[in-house]
Design a protein around this ligand. Structure first.
Ligand code: GH3
Ligand code: MG
Ligand code: MG
Ligand code: MG
Length: 313
């Protein structure tokens, strides 16, 4: 008989330490006092490409919840020292306004336990013994729901591009690639020209249409890995991974040409709009987001001063 201690298979600290390596993967937090089942589930779920944190000590899971930041939490209802429903409650409290799906698993067949789980906010309830293929499908279903909700929260309603919330997390990822693999990237700050005049002449609704059209033109003109973010009212940031300044300039100039040739119709009249842009290549010696935006803003200012409708590095 071998006695398995928590520490032998729970990889909590290691996961937290190497968080960056796992950021593109789904992280499943699994809480169950049945250590044999825990190890079996961990193996099976890892075959799906998920990072699985198998924890037999619920308090440890609750304590490390923020550091782990899981994408889905699976909780056993009946545990030695703790009721799984209490664990669910405590984890729900930590989630605040964030949506993280929770799945309760239990040998208990009673409707009462299922009802309680759902009332406390569980997203699914699965009877033990677990049918592995079904278990995986149901976890996947919850991960898809989470992804859809996350996407909605990060997208600007008017222009359908990412909002400011997305900027920081994307920027951090690019910085880590810059540090690890020396992949240069550019930040382009774009500001529509004389946009106040568009609003004043044609009205706010037409102004909104111009913004939405601008976003469409940019989307079509960008390469797959480029990211567009609405930074403020008529200001946008484009992040161009693995791109040097001169190359970025060409990309943005191509988009500018397309946008400045786009006709807007208002009643009988037609008008055109344009933008100015400042580009800055991010260097490993200068990593702060705010500082880099300020540098790009300097180039943008030059573009405005030089007559607008142009791109400066
Ligand atoms: P410049 O070429 O120097 O950038 O001139 P500008 O008129 O574009 O500059 P300014 O920053 O003074 O004006 C930006 C305007 O954009 C003011 C604001 O009312 C308008 N705006 C900001 N957000 C929105 C929006 O969501 N919809 C519309 N229609 N207008 C917006
Ligand atoms: Mg149990
Ligand atoms: Mg502006
Ligand atoms: Mg402007």
């Amino acid at each position: 008989i071998s006695i398995i201690y928590y520490e032998e298979y729970s990889n909590v600290d290691e996961i937290i330490e190497n968080k960056q390596e796992y950021e593109d993967k789904n992280l499943i937090l699994l809480i169950d006092d049945d250590t044999a089942l825990l190890m079996y589930l961990k193996d099976e779920l890892e075959k799906e490409g998920w990072v699985v944190i198998a924890v037999a000590d619920p308090d440890r899971a609750i304590y490390s919840y923020y550091d782990l930041n899981p994408d889905c939490v699976v909780i056993d209802v009946h545990m030695k020292d703790k009721n799984g429903l209490d664990v669910l409650l405590q984890i729900k409290e930590k989630m605040k306004q964030q949506f993280i799906p929770t799945i309760m698993i239990s040998v208990d067949k009673s409707k009462e336990i299922r009802m309680q789980s759902y009332k406390l906010g569980a997203d699914d309830f699965i009877q033990k013994p677990l049918e592995m293929d079904e278990f995986i499908v149901r976890i996947n279903r919850q991960l898809e729901r989470k992804q859809a909700i996350d996407d909605v929260m990060l997208i600007d309603e008017l222009t359908r591009v990412y909002n400011r919330k997305y900027l920081a997390q994307t920027y951090d990822r690019l910085i880590s690639n810059l540090n690890r693999r020396y992949e240069p990237f550019c930040l382009a700050l774009i500001d529509l020209d004389h946009f106040k005049q568009v609003n004043d002449t044609y009205g706010h609704t037409v102004g909104d249409e111009v913004l939405a059209t601008f976003a469409d033109v940019v989307r079509k003109g960008l390469r797959v890995n480029d990211i567009i973010i609405r930074y403020g009212g008529e200001e946008f940031i484009i992040l161009l991974p693995e791109t040097e300044a001169n190359e970025a300039k060409l990309v943005i100039e191509r988009i500018l040409k397309e946008f400045s040739n786009t006709v807007f119709k208002f009643g009988d009249s037609e008008f055109y709009n344009s933008f100015s842009a400042g580009i800055h290549e991010v260097h490993p010696t200068q990593l702060d987001l705010k500082e880099n935006i300020e540098i790009a803003d300097g180039a943008l200012y030059e573009a405005k001063e030089s007559g607008r409708n142009q791109v400066k590095v």
